[in-house]
Design a protein around this ligand. Structure first.
Ligand SMILES: Nc1ncnc2c1ncn2[C@@H]1O[C@H](COP(=O)(O)OP(=O)(O)OP(=O)(O)O)[C@@H](O)[C@H]1O
Ligand SMILES: [Mg+2]
Length: 602
Protein backbone atom coordinates (compact mmCIF):
# COMPACT_ATOMS: atom_id res chain seq x y z
CA UNK A 1 0.00 0.00 0.00
CA UNK A 2 2.86 2.33 0.75
CA UNK A 3 3.77 1.76 -2.90
CA UNK A 4 0.39 3.00 -3.88
CA UNK A 5 0.87 6.06 -1.72
CA UNK A 6 4.15 6.83 -3.45
CA UNK A 7 2.56 6.36 -6.82
CA UNK A 8 -0.17 8.80 -5.87
CA UNK A 9 2.35 11.48 -4.94
CA UNK A 10 3.94 11.36 -8.40
CA UNK A 11 1.77 13.93 -10.15
CA UNK A 12 0.41 12.87 -13.51
CA UNK A 13 -0.07 15.37 -16.30
CA UNK A 14 -3.60 16.47 -17.16
CA UNK A 15 -3.34 14.94 -20.60
CA UNK A 16 -2.21 11.60 -19.24
CA UNK A 17 -5.11 11.53 -16.76
CA UNK A 18 -7.62 12.34 -19.53
CA UNK A 19 -6.12 9.66 -21.77
CA UNK A 20 -6.21 6.99 -19.07
CA UNK A 21 -9.71 7.96 -17.91
CA UNK A 22 -11.05 7.81 -21.48
CA UNK A 23 -9.21 4.57 -22.12
CA UNK A 24 -10.89 3.00 -19.12
CA UNK A 25 -14.41 4.40 -19.50
CA UNK A 26 -14.90 4.60 -23.26
CA UNK A 27 -15.00 0.85 -24.06
CA UNK A 28 -17.46 0.24 -21.21
CA UNK A 29 -19.65 3.26 -22.00
CA UNK A 30 -19.67 2.43 -25.72
CA UNK A 31 -20.60 -1.16 -25.00
CA UNK A 32 -23.49 -0.37 -22.67
CA UNK A 33 -25.00 2.80 -24.25
CA UNK A 34 -23.80 3.72 -27.74
CA UNK A 35 -26.82 6.02 -28.04
CA UNK A 36 -25.16 8.53 -25.75
CA UNK A 37 -22.34 9.07 -28.23
CA UNK A 38 -24.66 9.36 -31.23
CA UNK A 39 -26.89 11.86 -29.41
CA UNK A 40 -23.84 13.84 -28.30
CA UNK A 41 -22.41 13.92 -31.82
CA UNK A 42 -25.69 15.23 -33.31
CA UNK A 43 -25.94 17.80 -30.53
CA UNK A 44 -22.41 18.96 -31.30
CA UNK A 45 -23.27 19.57 -34.95
CA UNK A 46 -26.49 21.38 -34.03
CA UNK A 47 -24.71 23.51 -31.44
CA UNK A 48 -21.96 24.45 -33.90
CA UNK A 49 -24.44 25.52 -36.61
CA UNK A 50 -26.66 27.52 -34.23
CA UNK A 51 -24.65 30.80 -33.92
CA UNK A 52 -24.18 31.02 -37.68
CA UNK A 53 -27.89 31.50 -38.27
CA UNK A 54 -27.76 34.98 -36.69
CA UNK A 55 -24.26 35.72 -38.00
CA UNK A 56 -25.28 35.08 -41.59
CA UNK A 57 -28.91 36.16 -41.67
CA UNK A 58 -28.82 39.38 -39.54
CA UNK A 59 -26.48 41.31 -41.90
CA UNK A 60 -28.59 40.16 -44.85
CA UNK A 61 -31.67 41.73 -43.25
CA UNK A 62 -29.81 44.98 -42.55
CA UNK A 63 -28.39 45.12 -46.11
CA UNK A 64 -31.88 44.53 -47.44
CA UNK A 65 -33.35 47.26 -45.23
CA UNK A 66 -30.63 49.70 -46.22
CA UNK A 67 -30.78 48.66 -49.88
CA UNK A 68 -33.61 47.28 -52.03
CA UNK A 69 -36.06 46.55 -49.20
CA UNK A 70 -37.49 43.53 -51.02
CA UNK A 71 -40.38 42.39 -48.83
CA UNK A 72 -40.35 38.79 -50.01
CA UNK A 73 -36.66 38.40 -49.24
CA UNK A 74 -37.10 40.15 -45.88
CA UNK A 75 -39.87 37.73 -44.97
CA UNK A 76 -37.71 34.74 -45.92
CA UNK A 77 -34.79 36.05 -43.84
CA UNK A 78 -37.04 36.82 -40.87
CA UNK A 79 -38.64 33.39 -41.16
CA UNK A 80 -35.24 31.70 -41.18
CA UNK A 81 -34.27 33.68 -38.06
CA UNK A 82 -37.58 32.96 -36.39
CA UNK A 83 -37.70 29.24 -37.18
CA UNK A 84 -34.13 27.95 -37.53
CA UNK A 85 -32.81 29.37 -34.26
CA UNK A 86 -35.60 28.04 -32.01
CA UNK A 87 -35.73 24.74 -33.93
CA UNK A 88 -32.03 24.10 -33.45
CA UNK A 89 -32.37 25.12 -29.78
CA UNK A 90 -35.25 22.71 -29.39
CA UNK A 91 -33.30 19.81 -30.96
CA UNK A 92 -30.31 20.63 -28.80
CA UNK A 93 -32.27 20.72 -25.55
CA UNK A 94 -34.19 17.57 -26.48
CA UNK A 95 -30.89 15.78 -27.06
CA UNK A 96 -29.58 17.05 -23.75
CA UNK A 97 -32.61 15.51 -22.03
CA UNK A 98 -31.87 12.24 -23.86
CA UNK A 99 -28.28 12.43 -22.64
CA UNK A 100 -29.37 13.16 -19.07
CA UNK A 101 -31.23 9.84 -19.15
CA UNK A 102 -28.10 8.12 -20.44
CA UNK A 103 -26.18 9.90 -17.68
CA UNK A 104 -28.48 8.35 -15.08
CA UNK A 105 -28.09 4.92 -16.66
CA UNK A 106 -24.32 5.27 -16.58
CA UNK A 107 -24.49 6.38 -12.94
CA UNK A 108 -26.56 3.33 -11.99
CA UNK A 109 -24.20 1.02 -13.82
CA UNK A 110 -21.10 2.41 -12.15
CA UNK A 111 -22.69 2.62 -8.70
CA UNK A 112 -23.43 -1.08 -8.94
CA UNK A 113 -19.92 -1.74 -10.22
CA UNK A 114 -18.52 0.23 -7.30
CA UNK A 115 -20.51 -1.84 -4.78
CA UNK A 116 -19.26 -5.02 -6.40
CA UNK A 117 -15.68 -3.83 -6.39
CA UNK A 118 -15.88 -2.88 -2.71
CA UNK A 119 -17.23 -6.28 -1.71
CA UNK A 120 -14.61 -8.02 -3.83
CA UNK A 121 -11.70 -6.06 -2.36
CA UNK A 122 -9.14 -8.20 -0.60
CA UNK A 123 -10.18 -8.18 3.05
CA UNK A 124 -6.75 -6.96 4.10
CA UNK A 125 -7.22 -3.84 1.99
CA UNK A 126 -10.37 -2.92 3.89
CA UNK A 127 -8.28 -2.13 6.97
CA UNK A 128 -5.98 0.16 5.04
CA UNK A 129 -6.65 3.86 5.54
CA UNK A 130 -5.36 4.74 2.05
CA UNK A 131 -7.70 2.18 0.54
CA UNK A 132 -10.69 3.51 2.49
CA UNK A 133 -9.87 7.06 1.41
CA UNK A 134 -9.61 5.78 -2.15
CA UNK A 135 -13.06 4.18 -1.90
CA UNK A 136 -14.48 7.53 -0.77
CA UNK A 137 -12.65 9.41 -3.52
CA UNK A 138 -13.87 6.94 -6.13
CA UNK A 139 -17.47 7.32 -4.95
CA UNK A 140 -17.50 11.11 -4.72
CA UNK A 141 -15.33 11.42 -7.80
CA UNK A 142 -18.02 9.72 -9.82
CA UNK A 143 -20.86 11.87 -8.55
CA UNK A 144 -21.41 15.55 -9.27
CA UNK A 145 -17.73 16.37 -9.11
CA UNK A 146 -17.16 14.73 -12.48
CA UNK A 147 -20.78 14.39 -13.52
CA UNK A 148 -20.16 10.65 -13.92
CA UNK A 149 -19.40 9.11 -17.27
CA UNK A 150 -21.66 11.54 -19.14
CA UNK A 151 -19.87 14.41 -17.44
CA UNK A 152 -16.49 13.06 -18.46
CA UNK A 153 -17.36 12.74 -22.16
CA UNK A 154 -19.56 15.82 -22.61
CA UNK A 155 -16.66 18.34 -22.60
CA UNK A 156 -15.05 16.44 -25.49
CA UNK A 157 -18.13 17.00 -27.65
CA UNK A 158 -18.35 20.62 -26.50
CA UNK A 159 -14.71 21.11 -27.48
CA UNK A 160 -15.31 19.74 -30.97
CA UNK A 161 -18.36 22.01 -31.36
CA UNK A 162 -16.49 25.08 -30.14
CA UNK A 163 -13.57 24.43 -32.48
CA UNK A 164 -16.03 24.30 -35.38
CA UNK A 165 -17.64 27.61 -34.34
CA UNK A 166 -14.26 29.24 -33.76
CA UNK A 167 -12.98 28.25 -37.21
CA UNK A 168 -16.09 29.72 -38.87
CA UNK A 169 -16.06 32.98 -36.94
CA UNK A 170 -12.28 33.40 -37.32
CA UNK A 171 -12.66 33.16 -41.09
CA UNK A 172 -15.24 35.95 -41.05
CA UNK A 173 -13.50 38.26 -38.60
CA UNK A 174 -10.10 37.87 -40.26
CA UNK A 175 -11.51 39.39 -43.44
CA UNK A 176 -13.04 42.54 -41.90
CA UNK A 177 -11.63 43.22 -38.41
CA UNK A 178 -8.45 41.24 -37.73
CA UNK A 179 -7.41 43.32 -34.69
CA UNK A 180 -10.46 42.12 -32.88
CA UNK A 181 -8.53 38.94 -32.16
CA UNK A 182 -5.82 40.65 -30.21
CA UNK A 183 -7.99 41.96 -27.41
CA UNK A 184 -10.07 38.79 -27.36
CA UNK A 185 -7.08 36.49 -27.15
CA UNK A 186 -5.45 38.48 -24.34
CA UNK A 187 -8.62 38.37 -22.26
CA UNK A 188 -9.17 34.67 -23.01
CA UNK A 189 -5.60 33.86 -21.95
CA UNK A 190 -5.93 35.78 -18.68
CA UNK A 191 -9.28 34.13 -17.96
CA UNK A 192 -7.77 30.71 -18.65
CA UNK A 193 -5.02 31.36 -16.10
CA UNK A 194 -7.60 32.41 -13.51
CA UNK A 195 -9.77 29.39 -14.28
CA UNK A 196 -6.79 27.09 -13.96
CA UNK A 197 -6.10 28.45 -10.50
CA UNK A 198 -9.76 27.93 -9.54
CA UNK A 199 -9.67 24.34 -10.80
CA UNK A 200 -6.59 23.59 -8.73
CA UNK A 201 -8.31 24.95 -5.63
CA UNK A 202 -11.33 22.75 -6.33
CA UNK A 203 -9.26 19.60 -6.85
CA UNK A 204 -7.36 20.27 -3.61
CA UNK A 205 -10.65 20.78 -1.78
CA UNK A 206 -11.94 17.49 -3.19
CA UNK A 207 -8.96 15.62 -1.67
CA UNK A 208 -9.47 17.22 1.73
CA UNK A 209 -13.23 16.70 1.74
CA UNK A 210 -12.96 13.01 0.78
CA UNK A 211 -11.17 12.27 4.04
CA UNK A 212 -13.73 14.22 6.04
CA UNK A 213 -16.68 12.65 4.21
CA UNK A 214 -15.51 9.19 5.23
CA UNK A 215 -15.43 10.23 8.88
CA UNK A 216 -18.87 11.82 8.46
CA UNK A 217 -20.16 8.59 6.97
CA UNK A 218 -18.81 6.62 9.92
CA UNK A 219 -20.46 8.74 12.61
CA UNK A 220 -23.64 9.13 10.60
CA UNK A 221 -23.92 5.39 10.16
CA UNK A 222 -23.17 4.61 13.80
CA UNK A 223 -25.72 7.03 15.18
CA UNK A 224 -28.41 5.72 12.84
CA UNK A 225 -27.59 2.04 13.42
CA UNK A 226 -29.76 0.99 16.34
CA UNK A 227 -27.40 -1.89 17.17
CA UNK A 228 -25.15 0.78 18.66
CA UNK A 229 -28.09 2.29 20.49
CA UNK A 230 -27.53 0.55 23.85
CA UNK A 231 -23.88 1.48 24.16
CA UNK A 232 -24.51 5.00 22.97
CA UNK A 233 -27.19 5.51 25.61
CA UNK A 234 -25.58 3.78 28.56
CA UNK A 235 -22.07 5.04 28.12
CA UNK A 236 -22.88 8.59 27.10
CA UNK A 237 -21.20 8.11 23.73
CA UNK A 238 -23.66 10.59 22.25
CA UNK A 239 -21.74 13.66 23.39
CA UNK A 240 -18.45 12.32 22.06
CA UNK A 241 -20.08 11.48 18.73
CA UNK A 242 -21.79 14.84 18.42
CA UNK A 243 -18.53 16.54 19.34
CA UNK A 244 -16.65 14.61 16.64
CA UNK A 245 -19.45 15.24 14.14
CA UNK A 246 -19.31 18.97 14.90
CA UNK A 247 -15.56 19.00 14.53
CA UNK A 248 -15.81 17.48 11.07
CA UNK A 249 -18.62 19.88 10.17
CA UNK A 250 -16.41 22.81 11.24
CA UNK A 251 -13.46 21.41 9.29
CA UNK A 252 -15.60 20.95 6.22
CA UNK A 253 -17.07 24.48 6.48
CA UNK A 254 -13.56 25.88 6.93
CA UNK A 255 -12.41 24.15 3.73
CA UNK A 256 -15.37 25.49 1.73
CA UNK A 257 -14.87 28.97 3.18
CA UNK A 258 -11.17 28.97 2.44
CA UNK A 259 -11.69 28.00 -1.20
CA UNK A 260 -14.64 30.42 -1.49
CA UNK A 261 -12.53 33.31 -0.16
CA UNK A 262 -10.08 32.80 -3.01
CA UNK A 263 -12.64 31.87 -5.68
CA UNK A 264 -15.12 34.74 -5.40
CA UNK A 265 -12.65 37.60 -6.03
CA UNK A 266 -11.32 35.59 -8.98
CA UNK A 267 -14.85 35.32 -10.42
CA UNK A 268 -15.23 39.11 -10.18
CA UNK A 269 -11.87 39.60 -11.85
CA UNK A 270 -12.96 37.45 -14.80
CA UNK A 271 -16.11 39.58 -15.18
CA UNK A 272 -14.09 42.79 -15.20
CA UNK A 273 -11.88 41.44 -17.99
CA UNK A 274 -14.89 40.31 -20.04
CA UNK A 275 -16.62 43.69 -19.80
CA UNK A 276 -13.38 45.49 -20.74
CA UNK A 277 -13.03 43.23 -23.79
CA UNK A 278 -16.59 44.02 -24.95
CA UNK A 279 -16.04 47.77 -24.58
CA UNK A 280 -12.76 47.60 -26.53
CA UNK A 281 -14.39 45.52 -29.30
CA UNK A 282 -17.26 47.97 -29.75
CA UNK A 283 -14.89 50.93 -29.82
CA UNK A 284 -12.71 49.29 -32.45
CA UNK A 285 -15.63 48.27 -34.66
CA UNK A 286 -17.23 51.72 -34.19
CA UNK A 287 -14.06 53.40 -35.40
CA UNK A 288 -13.98 51.06 -38.42
CA UNK A 289 -17.56 52.03 -39.38
CA UNK A 290 -16.93 55.75 -38.91
CA UNK A 291 -13.76 55.58 -41.00
CA UNK A 292 -15.71 53.76 -43.74
CA UNK A 293 -13.71 50.54 -43.28
CA UNK A 294 -16.85 48.41 -42.92
CA UNK A 295 -20.58 48.83 -43.60
CA UNK A 296 -23.33 48.81 -40.97
CA UNK A 297 -24.34 45.30 -42.08
CA UNK A 298 -20.80 44.04 -41.64
CA UNK A 299 -20.63 45.85 -38.28
CA UNK A 300 -23.66 43.80 -37.17
CA UNK A 301 -22.09 40.67 -38.53
CA UNK A 302 -18.82 41.38 -36.74
CA UNK A 303 -20.65 42.01 -33.46
CA UNK A 304 -22.48 38.69 -33.79
CA UNK A 305 -19.35 36.84 -34.95
CA UNK A 306 -17.14 38.31 -32.24
CA UNK A 307 -19.71 37.51 -29.60
CA UNK A 308 -19.90 33.90 -30.87
CA UNK A 309 -16.12 33.76 -31.14
CA UNK A 310 -15.66 35.09 -27.58
CA UNK A 311 -18.12 32.73 -26.07
CA UNK A 312 -16.74 29.76 -28.03
CA UNK A 313 -13.15 30.59 -27.22
CA UNK A 314 -13.99 31.12 -23.54
CA UNK A 315 -15.98 27.91 -23.58
CA UNK A 316 -13.19 26.02 -25.40
CA UNK A 317 -10.62 27.06 -22.81
CA UNK A 318 -13.04 26.31 -20.02
CA UNK A 319 -13.92 22.91 -21.50
CA UNK A 320 -10.25 22.02 -21.97
CA UNK A 321 -9.68 22.64 -18.28
CA UNK A 322 -13.01 21.13 -17.35
CA UNK A 323 -12.21 17.89 -19.16
CA UNK A 324 -8.97 17.62 -17.16
CA UNK A 325 -10.75 18.46 -13.93
CA UNK A 326 -13.61 16.02 -14.49
CA UNK A 327 -11.23 13.29 -15.60
CA UNK A 328 -9.12 13.91 -12.49
CA UNK A 329 -12.18 13.14 -10.37
CA UNK A 330 -13.36 10.17 -12.38
CA UNK A 331 -9.79 8.88 -12.51
CA UNK A 332 -10.10 8.15 -8.79
CA UNK A 333 -12.58 5.45 -9.80
CA UNK A 334 -10.07 4.07 -12.32
CA UNK A 335 -7.36 4.04 -9.65
CA UNK A 336 -9.70 2.19 -7.34
CA UNK A 337 -10.66 -0.29 -10.06
CA UNK A 338 -6.98 -0.97 -10.59
CA UNK A 339 -6.13 -1.20 -6.91
CA UNK A 340 -3.29 -3.64 -6.44
CA UNK A 341 -4.32 -7.00 -4.98
CA UNK A 342 -3.24 -7.34 -1.37
CA UNK A 343 -2.84 -11.07 -1.45
CA UNK A 344 -1.35 -13.40 -3.99
CA UNK A 345 -3.81 -15.53 -5.95
CA UNK A 346 -2.99 -18.55 -8.04
CA UNK A 347 -4.89 -20.72 -10.49
CA UNK A 348 -4.17 -24.22 -9.29
CA UNK A 349 -7.33 -26.32 -8.89
CA UNK A 350 -8.16 -28.09 -5.68
CA UNK A 351 -8.35 -31.84 -5.99
CA UNK A 352 -11.37 -33.41 -4.35
CA UNK A 353 -9.78 -35.72 -1.77
CA UNK A 354 -9.14 -35.73 1.98
CA UNK A 355 -7.09 -32.60 2.68
CA UNK A 356 -4.09 -32.01 4.89
CA UNK A 357 -3.51 -28.50 6.17
CA UNK A 358 -0.06 -27.61 7.42
CA UNK A 359 1.22 -24.42 9.05
CA UNK A 360 4.99 -24.35 8.61
CA UNK A 361 6.83 -21.88 10.81
CA UNK A 362 4.21 -19.19 10.17
CA UNK A 363 4.80 -15.67 11.50
CA UNK A 364 2.51 -12.75 10.94
CA UNK A 365 2.28 -9.02 11.64
CA UNK A 366 -0.84 -7.08 10.68
CA UNK A 367 -0.29 -4.60 7.82
CA UNK A 368 1.44 -1.38 8.88
CA UNK A 369 2.46 -2.87 12.24
CA UNK A 370 5.66 -4.58 13.28
CA UNK A 371 4.29 -6.59 16.21
CA UNK A 372 4.53 -10.31 15.54
CA UNK A 373 1.03 -11.52 16.36
CA UNK A 374 2.01 -15.06 15.32
CA UNK A 375 5.57 -16.18 15.73
CA UNK A 376 6.79 -19.44 14.22
CA UNK A 377 3.52 -21.40 14.37
CA UNK A 378 3.71 -24.97 13.04
CA UNK A 379 0.81 -27.40 13.19
CA UNK A 380 -0.72 -30.07 10.96
CA UNK A 381 -4.40 -30.84 10.58
CA UNK A 382 -5.61 -33.94 8.77
CA UNK A 383 -9.03 -34.42 7.19
CA UNK A 384 -11.62 -35.12 9.84
CA UNK A 385 -9.42 -34.02 12.74
CA UNK A 386 -10.94 -31.72 15.33
CA UNK A 387 -8.49 -29.17 16.68
CA UNK A 388 -9.29 -27.09 19.71
CA UNK A 389 -7.47 -23.77 19.92
CA UNK A 390 -7.22 -22.14 23.32
CA UNK A 391 -5.31 -19.27 24.88
CA UNK A 392 -5.70 -15.93 26.58
CA UNK A 393 -7.20 -12.88 24.91
CA UNK A 394 -4.93 -11.52 22.22
CA UNK A 395 -2.90 -14.74 21.99
CA UNK A 396 -3.42 -14.91 18.23
CA UNK A 397 -6.18 -17.54 17.92
CA UNK A 398 -8.47 -15.61 15.61
CA UNK A 399 -5.48 -14.41 13.59
CA UNK A 400 -4.51 -18.06 13.11
CA UNK A 401 -7.83 -18.83 11.41
CA UNK A 402 -7.87 -15.56 9.47
CA UNK A 403 -4.59 -16.60 7.87
CA UNK A 404 -5.95 -20.04 7.11
CA UNK A 405 -9.00 -18.42 5.46
CA UNK A 406 -6.72 -16.20 3.36
CA UNK A 407 -8.03 -12.94 4.76
CA UNK A 408 -4.33 -12.05 5.02
CA UNK A 409 -1.13 -13.52 3.64
CA UNK A 410 1.46 -14.79 6.10
CA UNK A 411 4.50 -12.57 6.70
CA UNK A 412 6.93 -15.48 7.06
CA UNK A 413 6.72 -19.25 6.66
CA UNK A 414 3.95 -20.93 4.67
CA UNK A 415 0.60 -22.59 4.91
CA UNK A 416 0.25 -25.72 2.81
CA UNK A 417 -2.82 -27.51 1.58
CA UNK A 418 -2.01 -31.04 0.49
CA UNK A 419 1.65 -30.05 0.36
CA UNK A 420 1.12 -26.96 -1.86
CA UNK A 421 1.36 -23.36 -0.71
CA UNK A 422 -2.21 -22.04 -0.41
CA UNK A 423 -1.25 -18.93 -2.42
CA UNK A 424 -1.04 -21.12 -5.52
CA UNK A 425 -4.67 -22.20 -5.44
CA UNK A 426 -7.57 -20.57 -7.19
CA UNK A 427 -8.81 -18.14 -4.55
CA UNK A 428 -12.53 -18.89 -4.83
CA UNK A 429 -12.04 -22.64 -4.89
CA UNK A 430 -9.84 -22.34 -1.83
CA UNK A 431 -12.35 -20.15 0.02
CA UNK A 432 -15.02 -22.75 -0.64
CA UNK A 433 -13.12 -25.19 1.55
CA UNK A 434 -13.94 -23.18 4.66
CA UNK A 435 -17.11 -22.48 6.57
CA UNK A 436 -16.11 -20.19 9.41
CA UNK A 437 -18.22 -18.63 12.13
CA UNK A 438 -16.10 -15.69 13.20
CA UNK A 439 -16.26 -14.09 16.62
CA UNK A 440 -17.71 -11.00 15.01
CA UNK A 441 -19.96 -12.80 12.50
CA UNK A 442 -22.70 -10.70 10.94
CA UNK A 443 -26.28 -11.54 10.08
CA UNK A 444 -28.11 -9.48 7.50
CA UNK A 445 -31.54 -7.88 7.45
CA UNK A 446 -32.78 -10.84 5.37
CA UNK A 447 -35.06 -13.68 6.42
CA UNK A 448 -33.85 -16.49 8.72
CA UNK A 449 -33.72 -18.78 5.70
CA UNK A 450 -31.83 -16.29 3.52
CA UNK A 451 -29.32 -15.72 6.31
CA UNK A 452 -28.57 -19.43 6.43
CA UNK A 453 -28.69 -20.19 2.72
CA UNK A 454 -27.50 -16.80 1.37
CA UNK A 455 -26.95 -17.33 -2.36
CA UNK A 456 -27.78 -21.04 -2.40
CA UNK A 457 -30.97 -23.00 -2.95
CA UNK A 458 -32.11 -25.12 -0.07
CA UNK A 459 -34.87 -27.72 0.08
CA UNK A 460 -37.33 -27.12 2.94
CA UNK A 461 -36.53 -30.53 4.44
CA UNK A 462 -32.80 -29.83 4.56
CA UNK A 463 -33.40 -26.38 6.07
CA UNK A 464 -35.72 -27.86 8.69
CA UNK A 465 -33.12 -30.45 9.68
CA UNK A 466 -30.43 -27.83 9.89
CA UNK A 467 -32.61 -25.58 12.05
CA UNK A 468 -33.32 -28.52 14.34
CA UNK A 469 -29.66 -29.46 14.57
CA UNK A 470 -28.59 -26.05 15.83
CA UNK A 471 -31.51 -25.82 18.24
CA UNK A 472 -33.56 -23.18 16.47
CA UNK A 473 -36.63 -25.33 15.78
CA UNK A 474 -38.79 -23.97 18.64
CA UNK A 475 -37.86 -20.39 17.90
CA UNK A 476 -38.61 -20.69 14.17
CA UNK A 477 -41.90 -22.50 14.86
CA UNK A 478 -43.00 -19.63 17.11
CA UNK A 479 -42.56 -17.08 14.32
CA UNK A 480 -45.60 -16.20 12.27
CA UNK A 481 -43.74 -16.58 8.98
CA UNK A 482 -41.38 -19.30 10.24
CA UNK A 483 -38.00 -19.31 8.50
CA UNK A 484 -39.25 -16.58 6.17
CA UNK A 485 -39.38 -14.07 9.01
CA UNK A 486 -37.06 -11.15 8.43
CA UNK A 487 -34.37 -10.27 10.95
CA UNK A 488 -34.05 -6.80 12.44
CA UNK A 489 -36.27 -3.81 11.84
CA UNK A 490 -34.07 -2.11 9.25
CA UNK A 491 -36.52 -2.77 6.39
CA UNK A 492 -39.44 -4.64 7.91
CA UNK A 493 -41.40 -3.32 10.86
CA UNK A 494 -42.30 -6.91 11.75
CA UNK A 495 -38.65 -7.92 11.68
CA UNK A 496 -37.50 -9.82 14.75
CA UNK A 497 -34.54 -9.01 16.96
CA UNK A 498 -33.00 -12.43 17.72
CA UNK A 499 -31.09 -12.87 20.96
CA UNK A 500 -27.28 -13.17 20.86
CA UNK A 501 -27.49 -16.97 21.27
CA UNK A 502 -30.15 -17.28 18.55
CA UNK A 503 -27.98 -15.26 16.20
CA UNK A 504 -25.06 -17.50 16.96
CA UNK A 505 -27.16 -20.58 16.19
CA UNK A 506 -28.13 -19.07 12.82
CA UNK A 507 -24.48 -18.36 12.06
CA UNK A 508 -23.59 -21.96 12.91
CA UNK A 509 -26.43 -23.20 10.68
CA UNK A 510 -25.07 -21.01 7.86
CA UNK A 511 -21.61 -22.52 8.28
CA UNK A 512 -22.97 -26.06 8.29
CA UNK A 513 -25.14 -25.40 5.25
CA UNK A 514 -22.07 -24.37 3.23
CA UNK A 515 -21.02 -28.04 3.22
CA UNK A 516 -17.36 -27.14 3.21
CA UNK A 517 -14.85 -29.77 4.32
CA UNK A 518 -13.40 -27.47 7.01
CA UNK A 519 -15.59 -25.88 9.68
CA UNK A 520 -14.15 -23.14 11.88
CA UNK A 521 -15.98 -22.06 14.97
CA UNK A 522 -14.45 -19.08 16.77
CA UNK A 523 -16.13 -18.82 20.19
CA UNK A 524 -19.22 -20.60 18.89
CA UNK A 525 -20.86 -21.07 22.24
CA UNK A 526 -19.98 -17.79 23.94
CA UNK A 527 -23.54 -16.52 23.70
CA UNK A 528 -25.28 -19.86 24.18
CA UNK A 529 -27.08 -20.86 27.34
CA UNK A 530 -25.65 -23.91 29.19
CA UNK A 531 -28.28 -26.23 27.74
CA UNK A 532 -27.67 -25.12 24.18
CA UNK A 533 -23.94 -25.25 24.77
CA UNK A 534 -24.20 -28.77 26.13
CA UNK A 535 -26.29 -29.73 23.09
CA UNK A 536 -23.67 -28.37 20.70
CA UNK A 537 -20.89 -30.26 22.52
CA UNK A 538 -22.92 -33.44 22.64
CA UNK A 539 -23.84 -33.25 19.01
CA UNK A 540 -20.55 -31.84 17.84
CA UNK A 541 -19.50 -34.98 15.96
CA UNK A 542 -22.92 -35.21 14.29
CA UNK A 543 -22.89 -31.49 13.55
CA UNK A 544 -19.55 -31.38 11.81
CA UNK A 545 -19.60 -35.02 10.71
CA UNK A 546 -16.34 -36.18 9.20
CA UNK A 547 -15.26 -32.61 8.49
CA UNK A 548 -12.08 -31.07 9.71
CA UNK A 549 -12.94 -28.66 12.52
CA UNK A 550 -11.14 -25.87 14.28
CA UNK A 551 -12.81 -24.96 17.49
CA UNK A 552 -11.69 -21.85 19.35
CA UNK A 553 -13.11 -21.59 22.81
CA UNK A 554 -12.40 -20.17 26.22
CA UNK A 555 -14.51 -22.91 27.84
CA UNK A 556 -11.93 -25.59 28.25
CA UNK A 557 -14.49 -28.28 28.98
CA UNK A 558 -15.25 -28.12 25.26
CA UNK A 559 -11.70 -29.25 24.45
CA UNK A 560 -12.40 -32.73 25.67
CA UNK A 561 -14.27 -33.71 22.53
CA UNK A 562 -11.53 -32.50 20.19
CA UNK A 563 -8.72 -34.77 19.01
CA UNK A 564 -5.95 -32.24 19.67
CA UNK A 565 -5.57 -29.04 21.60
CA UNK A 566 -3.22 -26.22 20.60
CA UNK A 567 -2.49 -23.77 23.39
CA UNK A 568 -1.59 -20.35 22.01
CA UNK A 569 0.39 -17.90 24.06
CA UNK A 570 2.05 -14.74 22.79
CA UNK A 571 1.62 -15.84 19.20
CA UNK A 572 3.20 -19.24 19.64
CA UNK A 573 1.81 -22.73 20.15
CA UNK A 574 3.24 -23.39 23.57
CA UNK A 575 1.50 -26.72 24.24
CA UNK A 576 0.00 -29.26 21.86
CA UNK A 577 -1.63 -32.60 22.57
CA UNK A 578 -4.78 -34.27 23.85
CA UNK A 579 -6.66 -33.10 26.91
CA UNK A 580 -5.28 -36.00 28.93
CA UNK A 581 -1.72 -35.21 27.88
CA UNK A 582 -1.90 -31.48 28.52
CA UNK A 583 -3.65 -31.73 31.85
CA UNK A 584 -0.68 -33.70 33.18
CA UNK A 585 1.97 -31.06 32.35
CA UNK A 586 3.25 -29.58 35.60
CA UNK A 587 2.64 -25.81 35.69
CA UNK A 588 1.40 -26.15 32.10
CA UNK A 589 -0.67 -23.28 30.71
CA UNK A 590 -3.55 -25.56 29.81
CA UNK A 591 -3.49 -27.37 33.14
CA UNK A 592 -3.50 -24.03 35.01
CA UNK A 593 -6.30 -22.60 32.88
CA UNK A 594 -8.35 -25.76 33.24
CA UNK A 595 -7.92 -25.85 37.02
CA UNK A 596 -8.82 -22.17 37.29
CA UNK A 597 -12.07 -22.75 35.38
CA UNK A 598 -12.94 -26.03 37.13
CA UNK A 599 -12.65 -24.25 40.51
CA UNK A 600 -15.81 -22.26 39.78
CA UNK A 601 -17.81 -25.38 39.09
CA UNK A 602 -16.75 -27.22 42.25
N1 LIG B 1 -6.81 -6.05 12.16
C1 LIG B 1 -5.84 -5.95 13.08
N2 LIG B 1 -4.86 -5.04 12.95
C2 LIG B 1 -3.88 -4.95 13.86
N3 LIG B 1 -3.79 -5.73 14.95
C3 LIG B 1 -4.74 -6.66 15.14
C4 LIG B 1 -5.82 -6.82 14.21
N4 LIG B 1 -6.61 -7.82 14.65
C5 LIG B 1 -6.06 -8.26 15.79
N5 LIG B 1 -4.93 -7.58 16.08
C6 LIG B 1 -4.05 -7.81 17.21
O1 LIG B 1 -3.51 -9.10 17.12
C7 LIG B 1 -3.44 -9.71 18.39
C8 LIG B 1 -4.08 -11.10 18.36
O2 LIG B 1 -5.46 -10.93 18.09
P1 LIG B 1 -6.45 -12.14 17.92
O3 LIG B 1 -7.76 -11.60 17.55
O4 LIG B 1 -5.84 -13.15 17.04
O5 LIG B 1 -6.48 -12.70 19.41
P2 LIG B 1 -7.36 -13.87 20.02
O6 LIG B 1 -6.42 -14.88 20.53
O7 LIG B 1 -8.36 -14.34 19.04
O8 LIG B 1 -8.04 -13.13 21.22
P3 LIG B 1 -9.53 -13.31 21.84
O9 LIG B 1 -9.46 -14.47 22.77
O10 LIG B 1 -9.72 -12.06 22.57
O11 LIG B 1 -10.47 -13.51 20.74
C9 LIG B 1 -4.09 -8.75 19.37
O12 LIG B 1 -3.08 -8.09 20.09
C10 LIG B 1 -4.84 -7.79 18.51
O13 LIG B 1 -4.81 -6.50 19.04
MG1 LIG C 1 -10.36 -14.20 18.91
Amino acid sequence: MSDNGKREKKKESGFSVVRKTYKYFFPIAWRIHKGFFFASAIRTVVGAIQPFVAIIVSPLIISELLGERNIARLIVYAAILAVAGPLLSFISSWLSVVNEKYGEKFDNYFEEKMSRMVTELDFQVTEDKNALDQVEKAKTGMDWYSGGVAGVFSPMFEIIGEIFTICGTVALIAVYAPWLFLVTLIVAAVNAIIQNKQNKIEIERFGQLSKINRAFGYYGWQTSDFRYGKDIRLYGAKDLMVERWNKYTDDSIAIWKESGDINHPLDHLKNVFNVSRDIASYLYLGVLVLSGGISIAVFTQMIAASSAFNSSLGSLLYQLQDIVKRCNYAYEFVKFAQFPAAIQKGNRHIVDKPHIIEFKNVSFSYPNTDVKVLDGVSVTLRQGEHLSVVGLNGAGKTTFVKLLCRLYDVSEGEILLDGVNIKEYDYNEYMNLFAPVFQDFKLFAFSVKENIVLDGVCADKELKELIEKVGLADKTASLEKGADTVLFKSFDENGIEPSGGEQQKMAIARALYKKSPVVILDEPTAALDPVAEYDIYRQFSTLVGGKTAIYISHRLSSCKFCDRIAVFSEGRIKEYGTHDELICIDNGIYAEMFKAQAKYYN
